[in-house]
Design a protein around this ligand. Structure first.
Ligand SMILES: [Zn+2]
Length: 509
């Protein structure tokens, strides 16, 4: 197994914002306003994000929450917080149309392809991880599977039953929404009102098991043809879809934690039901800050698997889809998503993606140029504001488009210095480099695909430096050192080829 997910080591630099002096504002969907982020147990931060239901390839709509919360994870880590980031894998209980009746999405796919449900889960989870790695999305700290927490889900149902907010009916257990709504504020996140929903609810098969049409399943008795089921004291069955997130967030982050994230489409019913379950079981709410990313639209409609209008990430990377004029690289997709604020909608068009691609190339070319600039004795350009402006933008509810705009502004200075029309002192040049590397690579999570990665740039620089030392040795006729360097590099897989005016190198692997 390849371990590709290397946690970036974030440079600590002298005027870096620390978590104490930093005032990060985040928009709390529950209160519908921006609030200063104050974790319950600083420097520790607990963060839970709803992950994918693994029955198909990830599409552009999946990339958005993954990148949004990766940006938050990276920024909090950069500020010095120790973040425990939990993102689940839904591998059971998510029924068609997100309802309480119908076939399990994974079991259906397994039936259609004549394989075990867990083969479907494994196959798409692996592909999801690969796509995330391509997008440079860091893996979460814990990635729990719903099917691995059946016991905990049953214990949670018992707590809700004991508290009196659930009832058993014909081997299934349902959440008693009317009772809950009498005692607590149901609908506080999404603004849904029970009476309104009643008017919009059609009668569903099997609804007679419920006391009230909007009650939702915590445990479902499995029909004979249902292949994913576990024993319980109620029936041979499976947990309801909403339950896993209440259970796994409590299991790994405690009965109260800092951040819960997900796409806006999950606000209702999923997150509303999560709040109800956790509040019923624990007696109090568990989440301090709710964060939701907006949707990606295509031809003005939400891109979604259930709507059938989605383009998978693999299709973007290969260009093989009728709606795509050509292929787009993972970093173009990442940059395209970061160019919009996470709470705004993003409309997919080929033109927009091509503009993002150009913008990204311009930014990366600027950083490459910056890395080659030579310092002067004094500075004639002021670079002191850029870093502070980037922090200000990030602190304003992760305003990534504003950070990108500031980084574009700074390219002007880089070009002037490059053209000999301005100078930068060693300190200023170092600070400018740090600002670009920190914000573009560490925080926005971009990679220079042209040179492979930011690590590749470092490798190139290190080898150039070693060759410089070897060249000096040769000039001083210290052939022993020069040969030693050549031989040592050779054993490390770096082949040197001396020319009249320099040395070329190649990696053997
Ligand atoms: Zn969830």
């Amino acid at each position: 197994m390849r371990i590709n997910a290397i946690r970036p080591t974030f440079a600590i630099f002298k005027d870096k914002m620390s978590m104490e002096s930093n005032k990060l504002l985040i928009y709390n969907s529950l209160l519908k306003k921006k609030e200063v982020f104050e974790p319950m147990h600083a420097p520790h931060v607990g963060m839970y994000v709803c992950g994918p239901t693994v029955y198909g390839d990830a599409h552009l709509g999946h990339a958005r929450p993954a990148i949004t919360f990766d940006l938050l994870f990276r920024y909090l880590t950069h500020l010095g917080y120790k973040v425990r980031y939990v993102r689940n894998i839904t591998d059971v209980g998510h029924l068609e149309h997100d309802a309480d009746e119908g076939e399990d999405k994974i079991a259906k796919k397994a039936r259609l392809e004549s394989v075990e449900p867990m083969e479907i889960v494994q196959y798409y989870t692996t592909r999801y991880h690969h796509n995330m790695e391509q997008l440079n999305v860091l893996p979460p700290s814990i990635e729990p599977h719903a099917s691995g927490h059946i016991m905990e889900q049953q214990a949670f149902i018992e707590r809700i039953l004991q508290a009196g907010y659930a009832y058993e009916s014909n081997g299934s257990v349902y959440f008693d929404l009317r009772k809950y709504a009498r005692d607590f504020d149901y609908g506080k996140l999404s603004g849904h009102v029970i009476e309104e929903q009643l008017n919009n609810t059609r009668a569903l098969d099997g609804q007679d098991e419920k006391r009230f049409p909007l009650d939702f399943a915590l445990w479902k008795k499995a029909a004979p043809e249902h292949i994913m089921h576990w024993p319980s004291r109620w029936s041979e069955g499976f947990p309801g879809w909403h339950l896993e997130c209440s259970v796994m967030s409590t299991r790994y982050l405690g009965e109260a934690f800092d951040i819960h994230g997900g796409g806006m489409d999950l606000m209702f019913p999923h997150h509303e039901c999560e709040i109800a379950q956790s509040t019923a079981a624990l007696g109090h709410e568990s989440v301090r800050y709710w964060m939701h990313n907006n949707m990606i639209t295509i031809d003005g409609q939400k891109m979604g698997k259930s709507l059938g209008n989605f383009i998978t990430l693999n299709e973007f990377f290969s260009g093989e889809h009728p709606k795509l004029q050509r292929a787009y690289s993972p970093m173009t997709i990442r940059f395209f998503i970061l160019q919009a604020h996470y709470r705004s909608t993003v409309d997919f068009t080929n033109e927009a993606l091509q503009a993002s691609e150009k913008g990204l190339q311009r930014l990366l070319a600027g950083i490459r140029m910056l890395d080659r600039l030579q310092p002067s004795a004094t500075s004639t350009a002021d670079v002191s504001q850029l870093q502070a402006r980037c922090y200000e933008a990030m602190n304003d509810d992760l305003n990534s488009p504003m950070v990108i705009a500031h980084l574009f502004d700074g390219l002007r200075i880089i070009n002037l210095v490059h053209d000999g029309k301005a100078t930068l002192s060693g300190d200023d040049l170092a600070q400018l480099r740090q600002t670009y590397h920190t914000f573009a690579f560490d925080i926005l999570g971009l990679k220079d695909e042209e040179t492979g990665s930011s690590h590749q740039t470092l490798i190139n620089d290190l080898i150039s430096y070693i060759l410089e030392i070897r060249q000096n040795a040769k000039q001083q006729k210290d052939y022993a050192t020069s040969d030693q360097i050549r031989d040592r590099l050779q054993t490390l897989g770096v082949e040197l080829k001396d020319r009249k005016d320099g040395t070329d190198w190649n990696l053997k692997v």
